[in-house]
Design a protein. Structure first.
Length: 236
């Protein structure tokens, strides 16, 4: 996930460089504010923020970078950026990491001007989750189990990348950030899935077992604690 968003930001920056010779500014805008944890309301230090102006060129919105800054030790910031002529919309991109998910917020210039002295951005904290798959049955020799999880209504692979370790094969694999079920086929499927989900918010796990020509559905809802190694075991 982090790599994906870094690439996307680099693309935006590249587009901005291409436009450097043809953009026109119309003064500057001063802003002050804070980046805070959604639950604790405490400031998040060292959070990188990128501001991009959305220009309409040939009928298409083109982002142009106008400022990059980081919050101080209290999560606060006070900066000014150049306003682009005839640009009425800006995107604030807050970098993602292992503690907080990447976040975009689009604001009109009017909103920015009205809130210039108290701009606040709240981020949802991530926490560790391990999902253990334990196959105890010996009959039939082969069956199929699938899993998909959502945290705060968002597909888990989009919230944070996951890794899978298969104990019997002694093998690691990296999950892809795509919206589909994880599917385990056969008898040697004992595995651990390591990922991160939103802390103190509901995570929904949906399992489907295909055995003897029948499908059985299992649904579990959990709320993972922040700064804690949360573990879910599924035995079948």
């Amino acid at each position: 996930m982090c790599k994906f968003y870094c690439i996307k930001l680099l693309v935006f920056a590249f587009a901005a460089n291409l436009l450097t010779g043809c953009v026109h500014t119309e003064g500057t805008q001063r802003i002050k504010g804070k980046v805070i944890d959604e639950s604790t309301k405490t400031g998040i230090p060292g959070k990188t923020v990128i501001i991009q102006a959305l220009q309409i060129l040939n009928g298409k919105p083109i982002p142009t970078e106008v400022a990059v800054f980081s919050t101080d030790s209290t999560g606060s910031f006070a900066i000014k950026f150049k306003k682009l002529k005839d640009c009425r919309s800006y995107i604030f991109s807050l970098a993602g990491d292992s503690d907080y998910i990447f976040t975009n917020r689009r604001m009109s210039l009017y909103e920015i001007e009205q809130s210039a002295d108290f701009l606040y951005f709240s981020l949802s904290k991530l926490t560790n989750l391990t999902i253990n798959i334990i196959r105890k049955s010996t009959r039939p020799a082969l069956d199929t189990i699938s899993l998909i999880w959502q945290s705060d209504g968002i597909y888990g692979g989009s919230v944070y990348p996951y890794t899978i370790y298969n104990y019997e094969k002694g093998k690691n694999s990296i999950g892809q950030n795509q919206d589909y079920n994880l599917i385990f086929i056969g008898g040697k499927v004992n595995s651990s899935i390591n990922t991160k989900v939103f802390a103190d918010k509901n995570t929904l796990l949906t399992w489907q077992l295909y055995r003897f020509g029948r499908r059985t559905l299992f649904i579990d809802t959990i709320k993972c604690k922040r700064d804690f190694s949360n573990v879910v075991n599924f035995s079948y």
